[in-house]
Design a protein around this ligand. Structure first.
Ligand SMILES: Nc1ncnc2c1ncn2[C@@H]1O[C@H](COP(=O)(O)OP(=O)(O)O)[C@@H](O)[C@H]1O
Ligand SMILES: [Mg+2]
Length: 241
């Protein structure tokens, strides 16, 4: 591309995406004929009750799985057509993941947990260290780098996990119930952090949550039920932003 597009572009375009688990009578349609566009820089919440297909959808967005039918286009590329090795490369280079369980390495301090994610970049040790410190500062943890995960609160551990997920400057951050292990105040603080990353860096972020109040603070809420979108219209967050 030689032309720079100043308007938001679709990062994802999902067309008729279906994901079916199992065979015959035991088949489960986890995601059904779903159409969805996510623009660059959007903060989108995927909301819905347990079992509605949110995690399945996130795994499709994260190139962790392929649809049974339909297309998942990421920057115009059909993920379903990429080989396993290409999907692995794409995930490592362009997608950051955040989970409900923070999944930090317990024997490494906060800074080292972020450094692990920087390792593939092959930077000299001191550069890697200062980059990790910078990433921790960007999530409000400038003074916690030397702390082991066990010495951090749940909210702080999730911040480390977000810093780690940002290490490869991903095109998109995908978070599955990132506030699920946190009390409601801390959960809202994590959402505030994600909103600031979205606003200040135009970071595209997709947050899966079963929590309506958490979802309402995103710029856009996509509601799922039984594998389908029941309300895909952009909604103005009740809490404002
Ligand atoms: N690997 C799997 N094998 C079989 N069924 C699955 C698998 N993963 C999810 N499901 C089923 O697909 C449906 C959607 O699950 P999921 O995407 O995890 O929903 P949510 O994240 O909204 O709770 C559920 O009925 C679940 O039991
Ligand atoms: Mg889930």
């Amino acid at each position: 591309m030689t032309v720079t597009d100043i308007h938001p572009r679709p990062l994802y375009e999902l067309r008729g995406v279906t994901k079916t688990y199992g065979q015959g009578a035991g088949q489960i349609h986890a995601v059904r004929e779903l159409d969805l566009t996510i623009d660059e820089g959007e903060l989108v919440a995927i909301a819905g009750p347990s079992g509605s297909g949110k995690t399945t959808l996130l795994q499709l967005l994260g190139a962790l799985d392929r649809p049974t039918n339909g297309q998942v286009l990421f920057e115009g590329r059909d993920l379903g057509k990429l080989a396993d090795g290409e999907l692995t490369k794409l995930r490592a280079a362009t997608i950051g993941f955040v989970f409900q369980q923070f999944n930090l390495i317990p024997t490494l301090n906060a800074r080292q947990n972020v450094e692990v994610a920087l390792a593939p970049q092959g930077l000299p040790g001191d550069v890697r260290r200062s980059k990790a410190e910078h990433l921790l500062a960007s999530v409000g943890l400038e003074r916690r780098g030397d702390h082991l995960p066990s010495m951090l609160s749940g909210g702080e551990q999730q911040r480390v996990a977000i810093a780690r997920a940002m290490a490869n400057e991903p095109r998109v951050l995908l978070a599955d119930e990132p506030t699920g292990n946190l009390d409601s105040v801390t959960g809202q603080e994590i959402m505030a952090l994600l909103r600031s990353l979205s606003l200040e860096r135009q970071q595209t972020i997709v947050v899966v949550t079963h929590n309506q109040e958490i979802a309402a603070t995103a710029g856009r809420v996509v509601r799922m039920q039984d594998g389908a979108i029941v309300d895909g219209e952009p909604t103005v967050a009740e809490a404002g932003r």
